[in-house]
Design a protein around this ligand. Structure first.
Ligand SMILES: [Zn+2]
Ligand SMILES: [Zn+2]
Length: 557
């Protein structure tokens, strides 16, 4: 299975910069004859272990170093984990961006927010486009956001078929259904490499379609005398349309609350992808009116994001909507790994307000957008690839996808397990792994304005678990003697009574240590600072078994 040197120069190279080893951050480079395509440019959502980190984007260094040869960014669909880092990818390597109408509609707003200009080119299923040595064929797939695509990419080395995020959902309306015939057609023509979504590889069977949600929503509408608040991903346009239709049948007016929800609904309506016939729309400002007492409100913030509309409602602080007894909140989304605790707290707050809360653990109010094991096998069976590259997931999902493929009859040496930064070279007679390239994560502050060093995050984590000690020491500039007893401020170490006692004790200890300094140290503020730090570190470690961060302030007057 080795590549000859002649073949290696003409081989297709797949270089994942993100998404292989984590959920999110999807970004895969395809390289052939020195020309590059970037497939998706997503973000990763930070977990509670990364205080103050707002979003995480892939390190696009590899693209930046080859910016002249990047021909295009191809977007499979409009989820944040596929389009959220587009502005950063384009900053590294400006290139035209290709995607479906809705995907580009969402992407355009993100780019405008960041003040980034880009050429956006629309992909339509069945209409191939030429990009350098590549020919890209968009294929309709069903997913939780409308207008999602798989892409069959003809390269000089062979066809790469990227599934995007998909499920089969044969019950979906024809315009939203996965185009199985075209996928089979590519199988007949020959697929060199299939890049297939691994998200739900641990789930048996087939993923149900959106229509599976109807009974649970009907039940909630029937028994709720007040308002129904529905929180789903703001990109779940098909679900919004489905639920709004049920609300209209139940005689309920409909409103949208939260910036993303309002923006996305507007984008989808403009494109004719969100149809609300017979639906009475209310503006958020009129949700307090008598006529709105039975409204159904789509609210953003299903992940418990602290500043979202739903979190604000849960705190009882939303300007337009005070939820309470008689109202039902439906969380129509699963918690993204890492968000579980935040979502759990959110649910408790809503119950405390007197609301009823229905969520995926208590009723069928959410279906996944990702294919389960049987869907994945079906895609393999139809496309019959020479190689399978499991993408999109933590390593355990990628590895299980490899096993699933083996059970389905694909020889083990034809599954290529890779992680971010690996380089897979694939030619007609074999595949090999080449030397790894730079790949990693860039952590961004609020609003993506600045990068945060890993060190900063480490500091924040340290502060949150160990606390902080700030001793304030005032010295006489002439003599180097203490002007007054040191003051010690601590936070987050022990409870306040004990902290006070400890601080006093530490103050006495410091006074002794400072008075006892050797002469040559007395006029050196830097050495004094270090001594103070060492003394206090030792003291707090001994007395509290913690290692607080000690930040001495030494002033000379
Ligand atoms: Zn998706
Ligand atoms: Zn995804």
């Amino acid at each position: 299975m080795e590549l000859s040197p002649a073949e290696a120069t003409k081989a297709l190279r797949l270089i994942p910069l993100g998404g292989l080893g984590e959920f999110g951050l999807n970004a895969m480079v395809l390289e052939c004859e020195g020309e590059l395509l970037l497939l998706d440019a997503g973000v990763l959502f930070p977990t509670a272990e990364m205080p103050g980190v707002d979003s995480i984007v892939p390190d696009f260094e590899y693209l930046a170093e080859r910016r002249e040869r990047v021909r295009a960014v191809l977007l499979t669909h409009g989820h944040e984990d596929h389009i959220g880092s587009l502005a950063y990818a384009l900053a590294a390597a400006p290139a035209p961006v290709y995607g479906s109408r809705l995907t580009l509609g969402f992407a355009r707003r993100r780019l405008q927010e960041r003040g980034v200009k880009a050429e956006l080119r629309t992909l339509r299923p069945g209409e191939p486009v030429e990009i350098g040595p590549f020919r890209v064929h968009p294929i309709r797939v069903a997913h939780s956001v409308l207008d999602s695509l798989a892409l069959a990419i003809e390269t000089p080395a062979g066809v790469v078929l990227a599934s995007g995020d998909f499920k089969l959902d044969p019950q979906a309306p024809p315009a939203e259904r996965t185009d199985l015939e075209t996928l089979s057609h590519w199988g007949d023509r020959g697929v060199l490499a299939l890049l297939s979504d691994s998200t739900n590889v641990e789930v048996a069977g087939v993923t149900p379609g959106e229509d599976a949600l109807v009974p649970a929503f009907e039940e909630v509408l029937a028994r709720t005398r007040g308002r129904v608040l529905v929180s789903c991903f703001a990109t779940s346009i098909a679900r919004i349309e489905l639920v709004a239709g049920l609300a209209a049948r139940d005689g309920r007016p409909v409103a949208f609350l939260g910036r993303r929800m309002v923006d996305n609904a507007e984008t989808a309506q403009d494109l004719g992808l969100l149809r609300l016939p017979g639906v009475t729309r209310l503006l958020p400002g009129s949700l307090g009116d008598a006529g709105a007492s039975r409204a159904l409100v789509f609210v953003s913030g299903s992940q418990g994001e602290p500043l979202s509309a739903l979190s604000t409602v849960a705190l009882g602080e939303h300007r337009d909507l005070a939820a309470g007894p008689g109202d039902t909140v439906v969380l129509s989304a699963r918690a993204i790994p890492g968000n579980e605790r935040g979502v759990s707290r959110l649910i408790s707050k809503l119950f405390r307000l007197g609301c009823d809360v229905v969520h995926p653990a208590t009723a069928l109010v959410h279906v996944s957008g990702h294919g389960s094991r049987d869907d994945l096998v079906e895609l393999l069976r139809r496309t019959r690839p020479r190689y399978l590259v499991p993408v999109h997931g933590e390593y355990r999902m990628l590895a299980q996808h490899a096993r699933l493929a083996a059970q389905a009859g694909l020889p083990a040496d034809r599954v290529l397990l890779a992680e971010d930064g690996d380089v897979l070279a694939i030619g007609p007679s074999g595949a090999r792994r080449e030397e790894r390239v730079a790949a990693g994560r860039v952590l961004l502050d609020r609003g993506g304005a600045s990068e945060i060093e890993d060190l900063v995050v480490r500091d924040r984590r340290h502060l949150s678990s160990e606390g902080i000690v700030v001793p304030i020491v005032v010295l006489d500039r002439q003599t180097g003697q203490l002007e007054s007893p040191p003051e010690i401020v601590t936070r987050g170490i022990v409870d306040s009574d004990e902290a006070q006692q400890l601080a006093e004790e530490a103050g006495r200890l410091l006074t002794g240590a400072i008075d006892a300094r050797p002469v040559e140290e007395r006029l050196d503020a830097e050495l004094t600072r270090e001594r103070v730090r060492d003394e206090l570190r030792r003291f707090y470690k001994r007395r509290t078994q913690r290692r607080p961060m000690v930040i001495p302030v030494v002033m000379e007057v």
